[in-house]
Ligand binder design. Structure first.
Ligand code: MG
Length: 434
């Protein structure tokens, strides 16, 4: 053989490992960071590999049952994944999902998400790229966000909306309290709980609907036609009333009406669609990507609402987004305070890589949250920007996280319920959805 050719072969072989990146990282340890810096229990999974300094973080936050997710990770998923390659993300997702035999529940899906998102973080750090680059790169510079405005009274809610708008925010979710009741997403006034269960909240769907229509009447008039307005029903009204309410809200030209129905009543979306053009968002309580299929393929909703960790992480969330894209349905990933900063980074990453992005729910971090997590997406002029560091670009100060154990900033019944939510009843005592 020609010696020049042999030399070339030698150099090609020597260069191959470099061209292919680092050797496959193997999962060495899996641990959980449980912290509550902003008064909401957050669960984050840390996956460490056998390569020095190569690790990743994933959001596994199911705040209402946080302790159970911690156990699911430590006692079941960690023993399954330790020793396996960290770079086969889809394969590990399928392995974790199927390994319990009985699958597809919120505790297990959140636990899987913690590891799934940590593996994406690891892959990004290994490639020295933000995760959005691994997904094909940006198709928009930033994500349009909406923020929450609420008040005990209508003028207070509108004042908050004006404040947000003066800070450049272009879309506002409006919620208002209802006298004598515990409303969703707004401060409640003093209310009379059902006598038999004084620790529970009381909610009258009819009174809520009347009050919310008043709020939007005043809101559209006072805030003007340009601002995008949203509202979350939080599945608190019966289906027949939801159909009427969506129809009555049509005149206010919402960006969307969220969770008008509960997952148990999704057949009623067909009736809402037949009666009005109010845009509809649905799905934060679904467990599995397939649960969106009938709503998406029959064009019964306009936006998918997904708590990404609840669906099992970034891996299944991408699949739901792709399914939605084929049917002109857009994304609206769940982004309140019960998503960890890792989860917010995953949301904004999806926002900037999915062609069918719709809007991003936004939560302003408080100082304690930023003390624990660095790299939170930045919001400017009503848009969220992902950070440009490798992986999710988030680092966690574990000592600071330990300063705020579960239960910090919780009081009374909420603390007694271990951070869980309570019970909501109609005035006659009937339990209804949260
Ligand atoms: Mg919601």
């Amino acid at each position: 053989m020609d010696s020049r050719l042999r030399r070339r072969e030698f150099f090609a072989l020597a260069a191959a490992p470099l061209l292919r990146g680092m050797p496959t990282p193997i999962i060495k340890t899996v641990s959980v960071i449980a912290t509550e810096p902003a008064g909401v229990r957050l669960v984050v999974v840390k996956v460490q590999t056998d390569q020095d300094g190569l690790y990743g973080y994933g959001c596994a936050t199911f705040t209402q049952r946080a302790d159970l997710v911690v156990e699911a990770v430590n006692r079941y998923l960690a023993p399954l994944v330790v020793g396996r390659p960290a770079d086969a993300i889809e394969d590990l997702w399928q392995a974790m999902y199927n390994s319990s035999y009985w699958r597809n529940g919120p505790v297990l899906n959140n636990a899987i998400s913690g590891i799934d998102q940590a593996l994406w973080d690891i892959k990004g750090r290994q490639a020295n790229m933000p995760v959005y680059q691994l997904l094909g790169g940006k198709c928009r510079r930033a994500a349009l966000i909406y923020a929450h405005a609420s008040g005990r009274e209508i003028p207070e809610a509108l004042e908050q909306a004006r404040k947000l708008m003066s800070n450049g925010i272009k879309a506002v979710r409006l919620q208002v309290g209802v006298p004598g009741m515990a409303a969703y997403g707004a401060p409640g006034g003093p209310h009379n709980p059902p006598q038999a269960s004084p620790q529970d909240a009381v909610f009258d769907p009819e009174a809520y609907v009347r009050r919310t229509l008043e709020l939007f009447e005043a809101g559209r008039k006072e805030l003007g036609p340009q601002v995008e307005l949203l509202h979350d029903v939080h599945e608190r009204v019966p289906p027949r009333l939801a159909v009427q309410f969506a129809k009555d809200m049509e005149q206010f030209r919402l960006f969307y009406l969220e969770d008008a129905l509960s997952p148990e009543n999704i057949d009623y979306f067909r009736q809402i669609r037949a009666n009005c053009t109010t845009p509809l968002a649905m799905g934060e309580l679904f467990n599995n990507p397939r649960e969106w299929t009938p709503l998406i393929k029959d064009s019964l909703i306009d936006y998918i609402r997904v708590h990404v960790s609840q669906a099992g992480g970034l891996t299944p969330a991408r699949q739901i987004a792709a399914l939605a894209e084929a049917f002109q349905v857009r994304t609206a990933w769940h982004g309140p305070g019960d998503v960890s900063p890792i989860g917010h980074c995953a949301n904004v990453t999806l926002d900037i890589v999915c062609p069918n992005f719709g809007i991003q729910e936004w939560t302003m971090p408080n100082d304690r949250l930023l003390e624990v997590f660095s790299g939170y997406p930045v919001m400017k002029d009503g848009y969220a920007y992902v950070n440009e560091k490798p992986g999710w670009g988030i680092e966690i100060d574990e000592k600071a996280a330990a300063k705020y154990p579960f239960g910090s900033f919780e009081e009374g019944e909420h603390k007694k319920r271990n951070g869980g939510w309570g019970v909501v009843r109609k005035p006659d005592g009937t339990v209804i959805n949260q």
